[in-house]
Design a protein around this ligand. Structure first.
Ligand SMILES: NC(=O)c1ccc[n+]([C@@H]2O[C@H](COP(=O)([O-])OP(=O)(O)OC[C@H]3O[C@@H](n4cnc5c(N)ncnc54)[C@H](OP(=O)(O)O)[C@@H]3O)[C@@H](O)[C@H]2O)c1
Length: 324
C-alpha cells in the first residue's frame, strides 16, 4: 500500500478525528492545520501526525504548509455563521476553497479530497449553507489541474457527533415536552466509520478522481423519529411535539438571535430539502453502511452512564460537606 503525505484542514473536528486516526493507522504522514493546537493535542499521540497552528484563511500560511504534500483533504465546514447574510458561509466554504486551489497550484499538489454535503448545489439557493457548499464543490471540480473527489453525506453519526449528542443533552433537560421544528424533514444518517472508509478508499483508488458521491445510511427517518429515538435512551422519556411549518419558522427566527444560535433561519431553509439519497450506497466503496441502531446505543448509553457518575459524585461531595 502506498503511503502519502497528507495535509488535512478541519482534521480536529468530529469527522476529522476519526479520519486522522484511521489514516495514521495506515502509516501516512499527516499534517493537520488548526486554529487551536493546544486544544487538540490528543491527536499528537498518533505517531505520524503533525499539528500546525495558524489561520487557514491566510493564503501564505496555506502555501507554506502545502509544500511537500501529495494529498489535501478539506473537512472545514460550518452550520452557522455569526452574520445573517451568508457571508460567513461564503468565507468558510467558497473563499477557503479558492485559497486551497491557489496553494495547490503553487505547490503542484493535484489530489484533493473534499467534504461537501448532500443536497449541496451551486445552481440554486436552498440555503446559504447548501449554496456555498455546492459552489465550493463546483470550483474544485472545474479545475483541470486538480484531481478532486467530493463526498456528499447526509447527517453523520458516531462517537462525538453533534446530532445525536446535541439532542441527547437537550432532552436530558427537557422535563416533559420538546417542541421540535421541521419534524417531517427526512434523513438517512450515515455512520462516521463508513464515511471514513469512503475517504480512505478514494485515497487509493484512481477511479474516484473527478467523482462526487452521495453517501447515505441504510434507513430513512423523519427528524421526529430520530429525536424520539434519542429520547428512548432517557429514563424520563420526554415527549417530542412536532411544530407546524409556521411555528418552525418562528422558532428559527427567534433562535437565530439567541446566544450560540442553536437553530437558525438558514438551518430551517436547509431542512426544507430531504437529506436522503436517490441511489443506493456507491458500490465502488464495497461496504454495507451501518445503521444507527447498531452504533448509537454504544455511545449514548456510555455518555449517560458517565453523566450519571458525575451527578452521583457531586451529590456525594455535597452530602459529605453538609455532614462536616
Ligand atoms: N457532521 C455532519 O453531520 C455532517 C453532515 C454533512 C456534511 N458534513 C461536513 O463534514 C465536514 C466535517 O464536519 P464535522 O462535523 O467534523 O465538523 P466540525 O466537528 O465542526 O469540524 C470542522 C473543523 O473545521 C475547522 N473549522 C470550523 N470552522 C472554521 C472556520 N470558520 N475557519 C477555520 N476552520 C474552521 C475546525 O478546526 P479547528 O478548530 O481546529 O481550526 C473544526 O475542527 C464539514 O465540512 C461539514 O460541513 C458534516
Amino acid at each position: 500500500m502506498k503511503r502519502y503525505n497528507i495535509c488535512i484542514l478541519g482534521g480536529t473536528g468530529f469527522v476529522g478525528k476519526h479520519l486522522v486516526s484511521r489514516l495514521a493507522g495506515e502509516g501516512h504522514q499527516i499534517r493537520v492545520l488548526t486554529r487551536h493546537r493546544e486544544r487538540h493535542r490528543d491527536l499528537l499521540v498518533l505517531p505520524t501526525v503533525e499539528l500546525v497552528q495558524g489561520d487557514i484563511h491566510n493564503e501564505s500560511f496555506l502555501k507554506q504548509y502545502f509544500a511537500g504534500q501529495q494529498v489535501i483533504i478539506n473537512l472545514v465546514g460550518i452550520l452557522n455563521e455569526t452574520s445573517h447574510n451568508g457571508k460567513g458561509f461564503q468565507r468558510a466554504h467558497v473563499q477557503l476553497v479558492q485559497k486551497i486551489i491557489q496553494a495547490c497550484e503553487k505547490n503542484h499538489v493535484r489530489r484533493v479530497l473534499h467534504m461537501s454535503a448532500l443536497n449541496a448545489t451551486g445552481k440554486k439557493k436552498l440555503s446559504h449553507y447548501l449554496l456555498s457548499k455546492g459552489q465550493a464543490e463546483d470550483l474544485l471540480h472545474i479545475i483541470d489541474t486538480l484531481q478532486a473527489t467530493s463526498l456528499r453525506p447526509s447527517v453523520i453519526f458516531g462517537a462525538g457527533d453533534s446530532f445525536f449528542n446535541r439532542f441527547y443533552r437537550l432532552l436530558r433537560f427537557t422535563p416533559f415536552v420538546l417542541p421540535l421544528a421541521c419534524p417531517h424533514a427526512r434523513f438517512a444518517p450515515i455512520y462516521v466509520g463508513d464515511v471514513v472508509e469512503a475517504f480512505v478508499h478514494c485515497l487509493h483508488d484512481p477511479r474516484t478522481i473527478g467523482q462526487r458521491y452521495d453517501l447515505c445510511g441504510p434507513k430513512v427517518y423523519t427528524l421526529k423519529q430520530l429525536v424520539q429515538y434519542v429520547a428512548s435512551f432517557l429514563h424520563h422519556q420526554p415527549a417530542v411535539l412536532g411544530l407546524s411549518y409556521s411555528l418552525s419558522k418562528l422558532q428559527a427566527y427567534i433562535m437565530e438571535y439567541m446566544p450560540g444560535k442553536p437553530f437558525s433561519c438558514d438551518n430551517f431553509q436547509s431542512l426544507q430539502a430531504d437529506s436522503v439519497c436517490k441511489d443506493p450506497f456507491p458500490a465502488i466503496f464495497d461496504l454495507q453502511p451501518r445503521s444507527i441502531e447498531a452504533i448509537v446505543p454504544n455511545y449514548l448509553t456510555r455518555q449517560g452512564q458517565r453523566e450519571n457518575l458525575t451527578t452521583y459524585r457531586s451529590r456525594a461531595q455535597l452530602y459529605t460537606r453538609q455532614r462536616q
